[in-house]
Design a protein around this ligand. Structure first.
Ligand code: PEP
Ligand code: MN
Length: 337
């Protein structure tokens, strides 16, 4: 880290600043030039509160040199992480489809959809039991019963499951869940992130719709600093000024994040658009941008779905999307899990 000092500082002020940094166990190398004085700070500079340094009178600016991403960054972990969920691989050159309804509604609904998406090529079943809805007056999910239904489908159809957690108080119900999902609304619920990180299970971390990629990676740092190794990032669209779609799928984030992080990145074109007919083109675009998988909402009766029917594709359309994606995957050097 480099700290640039304002002209006309007093030696006492500079000594105080150097002392403050050293008191945190860091090294400081001052360079006094004719025009400017700079301090090079060495050691684990991630512990420094940059805002506190910037607020000091004689500080003109602070430049971070060290990457702040200790666990998620490529600096300490060059090779791609491949998450392996019961033999289904995501990351590296492995690509997987995750599919299922927005919410678990009944056993019949889940089993029927699970069989259909499996046949079409999905390797992981999704479904929300606890739903974090924008309005408290809308369907909130069927709760623990929903997880039990998903576990039945896992056994009967033979697909690992991913389902969202909304509160640490439900964590016990997730012991047989294969991947725990952290939804967009909870991306910065740090207590929840720490607790799921302790489980050691794979975590699917969705991007908050008003969050930068840096904030997203920092949330993954919370999960990983508690011991979890397998984090899958899910780009699910961000809020923009465009009202035509529910969100805007930020495809630019994918190639840029791939440079910074070794973690697998998947896309969710369903929540990104909110429109079922946009799911196929966005799926293909996301594959082109380099994703390691797709999570798609599939419902057997979208018109009567209790949640997110407008963006849910029918099993036939999911099959068409999967078949088309399978054809282009080799162009991008990916193999289907
Ligand atoms: C979901 O996956 O059903 C969901 C609620 O997604 P998000 O958190 O991205 O809105
Ligand atoms: Mn949904």
């Amino acid at each position: 880290m480099i700290i640039r000092i304002k002209r006309g500082y007093e030696t006492k002020q500079l000594d105080n600043l150097i002392e403050l940094i050293k008191s945190q166990g860091l090294g400081v190398e001052p360079t006094v030039g004719t025009e400017y004085t700079v301090l090079a700070v060495t050691g684990d500079t991630n512990i420094i509160d940059i805002d506190r340094i910037r607020a000091i009178d004689i500080v003109d600016g602070v430049i971070r040199i060290k990457e702040p991403f200790k666990y998620t960054g490529r600096v300490n972990h060059e090779e791609n992480t491949i998450v392996n969920v019961s033999g289904v691989k995501i990351g590296g050159n492995n690509f997987a489809f995750i599919a299922g309804p927005c919410s678990v509604e009944s056993e019949r609904q889940i089993i029927e959809i699970a069989k259909a998406v499996k046949k079409a090529g999905a390797k992981i079943l999704r479904g929300g039991a606890f739903k974090p809805r924008t309005s408290p007056y809308t369907f909130q999910g069927i709760g623990k019963e929903g997880i039990e239904i998903l576990l039945k489908a896992k056994k009967e159809v033979g697909l690992p499951i991913v389902t969202e957690i909304t509160s640490v108080k439900y964590l016990d119900a997730y012991s047989d869940v294969d991947i725990i999902q952290i939804g967009a609304r909870n991306m910065q619920n740090y207590e929840l992130l720490k607790e799921v990180g302790k489980t050691g299970k794979p975590i699917l971390l969705k991007r908050g719709f008003c969050n930068t990629t840096e904030e997203w990676l920092m949330s993954a740092e919370y999960v990983m600093s508690e011991g979890a190794k397998d984090v899958i990032l899910c780009e699910r669209g961000i809020r923009s000024f465009e009202p035509l779609t529910r969100n805007t799928l930020d495809l630019s984030s994918i190639p840029m994040l791939k440079e910074i992080t070794h973690l697998p990145i998947i896309a969710d074109p369903s929540h990104a658009s909110g429109v079922a007919r946009a799911v196929k083109p966005l799926s293909l675009a996301a594959v082109g941008a380099g994703v390691d998988g797709l999570m798609i909402e599939v419902h057997n009766d979208p018109e009567n779905a209790l949640c997110d029917g407008a963006q849910s594709v029918k099993p036939e359309l999911f099959k068409d999307i999967a078949d088309t994606v399978k054809k282009v995957l080799p162009i991008y050097g990916k193999v289907l899990s």
